[in-house]
Design a binder for this molecule. Sequence first.
Ligand code: CS2
Length: 499
Amino acid sequence: MASTSSPQYPALNKSTAPESAMLLKSTPRTGIVHIGLGNFHRAHLAFYTALAVRDFGGDWGIYSYSLRSTVIADAMTSQDLLYCIATISPTSEAIVIPGIHTAAFGGPDQVGQVLTEIAKDSTKIISLTVTEAGYLISQSTNGLNMQAPEIIHDLEHPESPRSAIGIIVRGLELRAADHGLPVTVLSCDNLSGNGDRTKQLVFEFIDSLPDSTRLRTYVNEHVTFPNSMVDRIVPGTEDRHLDMVESRLGIHDNSPVPAEEFTMWVIEDCFAAGRPAWEKVGAIFSDDVAAYELMKLRLLNGTHSLLSYLGGLDGQETIPGARFQPYIEDAVRTILYKEFLPTFAMPAALTADGYINQLFDRWSNTVLGDRTSRVGSDGSTKLPQRITEPVLFHATSGKTPQYIALTVAAWLACIAPLNGFQPGVNADAMKDPAKGKIKELAAKSTSTHGFVESVFVEGNIFAAELGALPDFINCISQFLDQILTQGIKAAALTAQTRS
Ligand code: CS2
């Protein structure tokens, strides 16, 4: 988060916010409780909801909660719950202030209030953007990680859950015991089948509780979990975004959100207790969400991972910087057309070329300047969503997708460099919940191949089927060796020759 005070400009609040930028003049009553108060939520669900309420009304104010950090919640609270969304592209800049939040909390101390809010009969939707890592999925069981400290804690402490799934279940438990009214749980994260997945994890948690019959029946009968595909590139906030707001609006916002102009939301229309008129402000309601999800998870997110790791190792601070390296651009085209595109059917309403051309434009947004370190963070929870099925798809015809293997090798080179390799500042800035564990595996290994194998077999990061593909493991090891000895460009050229 950027600096917090600027004496030259008045602070953003209800009296200083310019009318022209405000989407809503007055905040509606709460209808949505949101878990995961980060930039992505603030530029996506909050944006669509503010537009829908502005034009079509409804009590759809958002009561929001951030699992760990209080930074954004505190900043918003000090500004009458307002913040700016700064849409930035090489050809235009625009600022809007959604004004849709009714509360902003953060951190474990404040979770009790969130449970109370979920339990209210006025709450119709519980939404979440907690990133892939926030679901605590175990790759070995492909279900909820019952060994995760947060889950162990949440099973024992009904009043103070720490995980997203724990909070949802404990909130639903209060609803079941009180009024039993219907509610929708809406995942807005990049998980394949995000609604179905959330439902599965919720039930696994419920099934670990003593005496859960009543809760199980309530959730079965009165709670829905729509699948959705959500898309908008939203970098982290930097000082330059605060400066932009100051120079354009003459006010100081502690916590603006930079975002690209493009935005897409495809949702399954199964809401148990109503919803805002999102379809009238650009969201697409479809029975074919799965096709949109696969397209986005593989073409955008999968390729994003390649851009971040190749770019990071190439010394590129930003995604556009990476995308404009000719050898990385070649890698991007090959992974898109040869490795991801054959693995799924495009949604009927879109063409592959049209979608891919649009992706290149989005990745070229030099002024938005999305960082390789942001996209490269949490690879251990992102890569399984993005690469597993494509690798297995190619394996059925005896092929190893070279650039997918290179992406994994480059990720390992970034987060657990072997043999004194220096991956550089961009890689150093990548966070990953499995970093410690992977570094331990690296320290124990006597060869690159042994290391890669241990990540797949012992790491509990990837599905066991991937670890059982010797060609894939060999290919990753060879690329990793080449990155360590000759650099990322040489490894990418090898991948190109073999593709
Ligand atoms: C990115 C996503 O973090 C990542 O790995 O690929 O955050 C991406 O920017 C969004 O999914 C875009 O909708």
